[in-house]
Structures are given as C-alpha cells and as structure tokens.
Write a protein that binds this ligand. Structure first.
Ligand SMILES: Cc1cc2nc3c(=O)[nH]c(=O)nc-3n(C[C@H](O)[C@H](O)[C@H](O)COP(=O)(O)OP(=O)(O)OC[C@H]3O[C@@H](n4cnc5c(N)ncnc54)[C@H](O)[C@@H]3O)c2cc1C
Length: 388
C-alpha cells in the first residue's frame, strides 16, 4: 500500500490554518511509522494496548490536547479534531485511549476540579506519567446512566463508595478513576485512586471489537475516598454529560479517520485486483461503492469542520455534537462494510484494515451514546418532546 495521503475531495485543506495541518500531519506520521507496525500483535491479543507508546503520545501533545495550561497542548478544537481523526485512522482503540485520557478524565478535572486536584493530576495525565479512566456505565445502566446504583455516603470526613462499573476503558491500567456515584445531593464525581482499599479492576475478555484497547470492570466495596477527592465543581448528570460532549466531539472526527483508512485501502485494492480480465476498479459496482465512500467521507468532513468552528466560537449546542457523532459513525461503519465486501476474502484477514475498522466501529456506534440515543436527543431538540 502506498503511504496514506488523506482524502480531500473538496479542498478542505484550504479552510485549515497552518498549525491545524501541522498537528494533523505530525500525528499521521506517528500513526504510520510508530503505531501501525505494532498494531497487529495487539489486535491478536484481546485487550492489550501498546503502552510503550504512551510517552511518545504525550510528547506529541495528544492528551488533553484542547485544554489550556498544566502542560496541555492548548490546540483549537479543529486541530484537536484532526488529531482524533488521524489517531482513529490507525485504530479506534488508539483514539479511544486519547479520548478517555483527555475528554473524560482531564476535562472534568480541568473544569470541575479543585486547584489541588488540577495541580496533582493534570500535569501527570498530560505527560502520560498517570493514566485515567472514566467510570459511568454499570452492568444494568448504560444509555440511561442516571439510574446508576453506585452510591457514595458521607462517613466522618470521608466518602464511602459501593458499586460496580462495567465497560470501562483502561480500568486496569488507570492510576485514577473518575467514578460517578449517587449521593444524597445527586450524582457526584470522585477521584478513586489505584490501590485504595476495596477498589479492584478486572479486564473483560472475548471482545470481537476494539481488541487493541483495554476494557474493564471496576468493583467498589466500601472504598473510603477522602473529601479532597470529590470533584467540587459539579453535581447532577451535567458532570458526566458535559464530559461525554467533549469525547463525542472527538469521535465525530475520529470516525472520519477510520472511514478514510477503509476508502484508501479499498481504492488501492480495486485498482490492483484483476477480476474478469480487468481491474476491479473498472467495474461499475466497484465504482459505485467507492463513490459512495468518498461522498459520505466528504459530507462527514464538512459536518465535523463546521461543528469544530462553532465549538471554537463558543456557540456549540450538544445536539450539534449528537448529529455529528451519530452521522459520522454511521457512515464510517457503512463505508467499512462496503470496503470489507470489496476486498473479497482478503477482507476478512488482519493483513487488511477494513474488517478491523468495521468491528471497531460497532463499539463506536454503541459507546458515548448509542446511535439511537443520539437520534432521540436530536428528536427532542427539534420537536421539544421527549420520546417515550
Ligand atoms: C469497548 C467499550 C468501551 C467502553 N468504554 C466506556 C468507558 O470508558 N466508560 C464508561 O462509562 N462506559 C464505557 N462504555 C459503555 C458504553 O458507553 C455503553 O455500552 C453504552 O452507553 C450503551 O449502554 P449499554 O451497553 O448498557 O446498552 P443499552 O443502554 O442497554 O442499550 C441497548 C440497546 O437499546 C437501545 N436503547 C437504549 N435506550 C433506548 C430508548 N430509550 N429507546 C430506544 N432504544 C433504546 C440502544 O440504542 C441499544 O441499541 C464502553 C463500551 C464498550 C463496548
């Protein structure tokens, strides 16, 4: 395969600032030269991530890239989105690692943490010296996380946490878990640290999807968390939901990366593969597939870029992010399926990317608000009525 050059049918590069292109290109190179050569081994070993790359990812400013201060890169939201796109061009597991660390762990500490929490955790998380995870989902509560059973009760000067969180990215490697729990004052966020008594994480095995990513279950049995580990600045579902808006924004871009990888692979494959005396690319049905892919990628790029510019102007509504996440993941998954099909039998082995992206995108369609949940968010936004 020739080196990946990006997909830019409508000259969107003309709309990007130099520093945005620079951020994208440096991550593209990292993914091609440093990440992809390691990936196959980790995909074959369910639930493993190339942790040796964490310091390099930190050097590239990939953790909390759109946050200011504390050693963060302070990129604008379009540069941040392009970085997420390039990471997911490599693998959704790579983008998930950066999304969780930045959007789901560093963001809430940055937005709602005390000065002491920020000073202690943000530089460590930005530099990759510490890893974080985000514990919202429970075995019985995913889409409707507000029904959570995990509880925090005040005892003396501390909080005591009990409950189970499931499907938690990076749970077993995390030094700190942002755990959302029900209290008498509503839902609150707690910084639960590795090694606290009664806190245990175990990996979930047997995944077909997001194999190069660690997914865990967190168990909290009478875990005593000091008052200074409570996130002081937020209560209610606004806390976790505002984090999810950050991460979902990154996913809207990331899905484009997965789709571009599949399109690029399918295009080159179709040009080389000879069927019935001619290149597959010369056949009408193959061209129809490739044109569908290119058109949907281009529409997804326009959507993400516009949402990014609006976010930088401070005028973002969370329903806009819902549309971008819902649409871009949906089309990326359809593109990955088309690409897999076009590759024939070769499409089912891991020497090619399409099927890996396809099964990864099944997770991406489910997490951070399922496709249905974003449809319902938009439905409520346009009608003013919450669907039953
Ligand atoms: C690999 C992986 C990593 C993850 N990482 C994290 C993480 O780091 N932290 C974290 O907290 N969570 C994480 N999650 C969990 C993820 O966010 C949830 O799986 C997701 O919110 C969906 O919840 P659920 O699986 O319980 O599905 P459910 O909520 O049970 O949904 C099942 C089906 O019902 C549909 N549905 C739900 N509500 C409605 C409705 N009102 N009307 C119609 N249809 C509806 C859904 O769209 C879906 O099709 C991860 C999940 C995976 C797979």
């Amino acid at each position: 395969m020739p080196e990946f050059q990006g997909v830019d049918f409508l000259r969107l590069d003309d709309l990007l600032q130099d520093e945005e292109k620079l951020a994208r290109d440096s991550v593209r190179e990292f993914v091609s030269k440093e990440f992809l050569p390691l990936l196959q081994e980790h995909v074959r070993q369910d639930g493993s991530f190339p942790m040796s790359l964490v310091p390099r990812m930190a050097d590239l400013g990939l953790f909390g890239a759109n946050l200011q201060g504390y050693g963060c890169a302070g990129m604008n939201n379009v540069a941040y989105g392009l970085v997420m796109q390039e990471l997911e061009r490599g693998d959704s597991g790579l983008r998930s690692f950066a999304s969780v660390q930045g959007g789901l762990v560093m963001y809430p500490i940055h937005a709602y943490g005390s000065d002491a929490q920020k000073d202690r955790w943000l530089p460590a998380l930005a530099s990759g010296r510490a890893i974080g995870c985000f514990g919202l989902t429970e075995p019985d509560f995913g889409s409707h996380a507000s029904g959570m059973r995990t509880r925090a009760e005040r005892r003396g000067g501390a909080w005591v946490l009990n409950g189970t969180k499931r499907w938690i990215t990076n749970g077993t490697v995390a030094d700190v878990a942002i755990v959302w729990a029900r209290t008498d004052d509503g839902i609150r966020g707690f910084l639960v640290e590795k090694g606290m008594r009664g806190f245990e994480a175990r990996d979930i095995k047997g995944k077909f999807s997001l194999r190069a990513s660690i997914t865990s279950e967190l168990f909290l049995h009478d875990v005593e968390v000091p008052e200074e580990n409570l996130l002081p600045g937020v209560s209610g579902m606004k806390g976790p939901l505002s984090c999810l808006t950050q991460a979902r924004y990154g996913i809207a871009w990331g899905a484009i990366g997965a789709a571009m990888a599949c399109y690029d692979e399918a295009l080159h494959y179709a040009q080389e593969r000879i069927v019935q005396g001619g290149p597959l690319a010369s056949k009408q049905i193959a061209q129809q597939r490739l044109v569908f892919m290119l058109t949907e990628i281009t529409k997804a790029q326009l959507l993400a870029l516009r949402v990014g510019r609006i976010k930088d102007e401070g005028k973002l509504h969370h329903a806009m992010v819902s549309m971008a996440k819902m649409n871009n993941v949906d089309v990326a998954l359809r593109i990955a399926r088309e690409a897999r099909d076009l590759l024939g039998a070769n499409g089912i082995v891991d020497d090619y990317q399409a099927m890996r992206h396809m099964v990864n995108l099944e997770t991406v369609r489910t997490y951070e608000g399922t496709h249905d949940v974003h449809t319902l968010i938009l439905g409520e936004h346009v009608t003013g009525m919450r669907a039953l």
